[in-house]
Each structure stands twice: as structure tokens, then as C-alpha cells.
Design a protein around this ligand. Sequence first.
Ligand SMILES: Cc1cn([C@H]2C[C@H](O)[C@@H](COP(=O)(O)OP(=O)(O)O[C@H]3O[C@H](CO)[C@@H](O)[C@H](O)[C@H]3O)O2)c(=O)[nH]c1=O
Length: 251
Amino acid sequence: MKGVILAGGTGTRLYPLTKVTNKHLLPVGRYPMIFHAISKLKEADIQNILVVTGKEHMGDVVNLLGSGNEMGVSFTFKVQDEAGGIAHALGLAEQFIGNEKMVVILGDNVFSESIVPYANNFKMQPRGAKILIKEVHDPQRYGVPQISNNFIINIEEKPKNPKSNYAVTGIYMYDSSVFDIIKTLHPSERGELEITDVNNFYIAKSQLTYDILGGWWTDAGTHLSLTKANELAQEIVLPKEFGYLRNERIM
Ligand SMILES: Cc1cn([C@H]2C[C@H](O)[C@@H](COP(=O)(O)OP(=O)(O)O[C@H]3O[C@H](CO)[C@@H](O)[C@H](O)[C@H]3O)O2)c(=O)[nH]c1=O
């Protein structure tokens, strides 16, 4: 399997922090936010990773990550010219992925659990997609699944009246048919190609499975959630190749 980290978008909900700096380079715990997603993919033995970001931030992202050699992974970079939505950003991964399966992580998602068991489940799934969901107290901020008899029958993006207390996390697993689905999408009311539309397409084909993500999970795309991510992630110390100087006193 290959990995894709989506790190584009405008980050306007974090203004003025993101006026100059890309959201995914802001600190979360001891690391730039994007390191958390990279470490999760590496832990799942996924070394081949595409990073998608906007043209105004690609220089900074490449300066930070380099080839991946130091971290023991291999990065490929792709520019998203406009913030056309999560599904639009994923569409840029088509050549990189070829016919393989993929794990996609939104660069502003931070979580404690290893993705290894979920990725292993997906490897055994012959086709389709798997999403990870998580119980939250504010589901209206997220994609929200409607669950019936243990099946997800629909997902609504940021519903006013959520049909469950679960959020669809930004950890998605797809087969390469995702690119054909993305080509059929039309922009939503907010002018974006929505990942929720992709997932609903898989539901319509009866090809979407889900697992409930263990541990803690948060996005870090608003001031409040960025603060929460920093609180939750302060204890995280990644393997030494991620650059934290361990001889410094851990406070
Ligand atoms: C709009 C856009 C986003 N992205 C990437 C970078 C962002 O950190 C990440 C999340 O984008 P946001 O626009 O903040 O997405 P957000 O409104 O939080 O919601 C998404 O992420 C949620 C999980 O965090 C899901 O529950 C929602 O269904 C999903 O739509 O996706 C791109 O790479 N390119 C883009 O054009």
C-alpha cells in the first residue's frame, strides 16, 4: 500500500497563524503537525508517501521534509493549485498510486492509535474503501455517518441534525477505483469536491466498510482544536529519526 497526506487548503479558520505558515507546519506537541501523520504511515510499513500541498507552501514543506531519507521514508510532492477540496487534492495522486491500494490521512488529523490493525483489515478486503469513525460530542463539525444494523448507510457533511454521534475521521483507505469516482464529482455548495461524496459513492456500491478508531483523535484545524491537539500530543515522542533531541530535558 502507498500513503497520501493531504496538506493543502487555505487554513483560514486558523488565521492569523496561517497567514504566512502552512497549517500543517504549525507545532503540535514537539513536532510540526504533519510529522504525526507521517509517523502513523511509517508505523504501518508504508514508506512511499505522496504529500499534496498548495504552491505557496510547497517550498517550506519540501525544506522541512526533504526526500524522506532522514525519516526512513520516500516522499513525492504534488502541487494543488487551488484549494478545490479534499477529493480534488486526492485526485492528484492518481499517477503516484497506479493500481495499488492507499491510506489517505488529512494532515490536520492527530491521533494516538496505531493504524496497523485497520490497514491490515483493509488489506484483506478485496475491493472498495474503509473509513475510521470516532464518537465525538460535536458531530455537526464533521462528516457524520448514519448507521443501521452495523452498516453505514449514508454520510452527511457537517449536518445541522447529525444522525449519529460519530465523526468520519480524516483517515481513509481506498482502492484505486477512487480516481474514477472523483472524476464524476461536482463541486458542493462550498465549491469543493467533497470526500463525503466519494464515500457515499462507495456506500452505493456496497463497498464501504468501517472500523471504530480507538484511543484519542482530534483535528487541529481551528484554534480550539489546535489547542486540544497540543494538549493531547504533548506526551508523544516519536522515533529519533523525527528529529526531537531526546537529551533535552522532557518537561
Ligand atoms: C479543502 C482542502 C483540504 N485539504 C486537506 C488539508 C486539510 O488539513 C484537510 C482538512 O480540510 P478541511 O477543509 O479543514 O476539512 P474539514 O472541514 O475539517 O472536514 C474534513 O475532515 C473531517 C475530519 O477531520 C471529516 O469529518 C470531514 O468529512 C471532511 O470534510 O484536508 C487539501 O489538501 N486540499 C483542499 O483543497
